[in-house]
Design a protein around this ligand. Sequence first.
Ligand SMILES: Nc1ncnc2c1ncn2[C@@H]1O[C@H](COP(=O)(O)OP(=O)(O)OP(=O)(O)O)[C@@H](O)[C@H]1O
Ligand SMILES: [Mg+2]
Length: 488
Amino acid sequence: MASVVLNPIASKRGERAPFTILVVEDDPSDTELVLHALEQAELKAIEGEIELQVRSTAEGALKLLRERSVDLVLTDMMLPGMDGLDLVSKIQEIERDLPVLVMTRVSSVQTAVDAMRRGAYDYVLKPLNATDLGMRLHKAIRISEILRRHASLERIVHQGLQHDSLIGSSAKFQGVLRQIREAAQVRSTVLITGETGTGKGLIARAIHEQSHEREKPFQVIDCTTFPEGMVESELFGHVRGAFTGAIADKPGLIELANGGTVFLDEIGDLPLPLQAKLLRVLEENEVRPVGGTRSKRVDMRFIAATNQNLEEKVKNGSFRKDLYYRLAVVSIPVPPLRERVEDVPAIARHLLEQLGREMGKRQCYLDPSATAELTAYSWPGNVRELRNVVERAVMLATSDVITKAEIRALLSTARQDDSDGALASYAGLPYMEAKEKALEDFTGAYLKAKLAMYEGHITKAAEASGIPRQHFSLLMKRYLDREEQENS
Ligand SMILES: Nc1ncnc2c1ncn2[C@@H]1O[C@H](COP(=O)(O)OP(=O)(O)OP(=O)(O)O)[C@@H](O)[C@H]1O
Ligand SMILES: [Mg+2]
């Protein structure tokens, strides 16, 4: 094992890491020749430092590749243990865009051809000739530089398009954001729970994007949408001939996420027999393809989400207890929007901007009274429902400013159901009594909403209501106690 730095003075690469060439060669005299040829080759295509890493086995090379990034690989084909051909295939799995040059004797040029079929970029014949090696290295370096630039551009484009940022400054949502950051730092399994539309999908993706594995795949598996009977093969893959129609080996979604994240959405819907199989994957880090006799090692992080009450499902036997505990190593409960109404204005503004842009509309604004209208609503469908309302508002908007009336019209269908029920109960009472009851109902709801807005902080809620604190407390005692008595 060795590492050498060439051109240490040149520093045009600035902040960039040195251009790293990994040489895999077990014969010390051949290694000597390669290093000599590299020095002679005047690698002008590279600005700045070149770092050489030498490994004498394929296993050692793979270990290095998993630990750090390399720009070019130069490998012998005859290696102790795993041979050069398998190494080329493995490198393809780890980093598809990494150029690999293979070195082989004239007598076994067929292996070079096989290696190129498996994805090697070029080959060099042994005994090594410095000029030939230099020329081929130059070409490979150019390709590597282009691919590197391409990857960083792709990252920038990807980040630029990533408009699905998580918005929310309420204490509750800040807590969720902190949990996301913490979860991103570790590889533990995460369970995200919360009502429909609270942003569980977005949160799962955010954990992946903030993790060290952000460049690796994020594989979404929606446990509800698999055709009956196909779930197992989709998850774990199958071998050729496992069932009619299995004409070739096919890797499962879990295997395809190798190194990255598997997001198991709607995990509550996973049938019991598959829960057992999934548990085995989680415990042993292995998948066994349908019809296969051998297991394959896999390495990834699992994030699961559900809007169902898994503890309840464990109690009634429809969800495995052991799987539940295995999933909930880190647990992130996402509060419903009505418990963090302070977030509504900022989310609405963000969605307004995003949707306006997508629909190619001029930037719209919410009138303050329209915002108040949105904040007062209970959002049973959470952020998804808010998104739908904002989307329709943008679509229907006749001017730059969206008014309270427009929002009210959009919310009225949802509201109607509430008020219909309430009206029926008032209609049974004489007018004066009904009016009093309506006022009481309103006061209770108002106090509750205000308290929710300020996280139960009475002084702040009272101040924001324009009611002296003591009076506010009295109202709470009267109206909220009453409600609790009614509820119990
Ligand atoms: N905090 C947030 N900031 C901005 N947008 C959000 C936020 N939370 C959710 N959204 C948006 O709300 C919509 C619903 O989110 P998502 O699909 O992640 O919810 P979910 O919890 O997975 O719902 P379900 O249980 O129905 O699958 C998406 O369009 C998402 O972009
Ligand atoms: Mg979802």
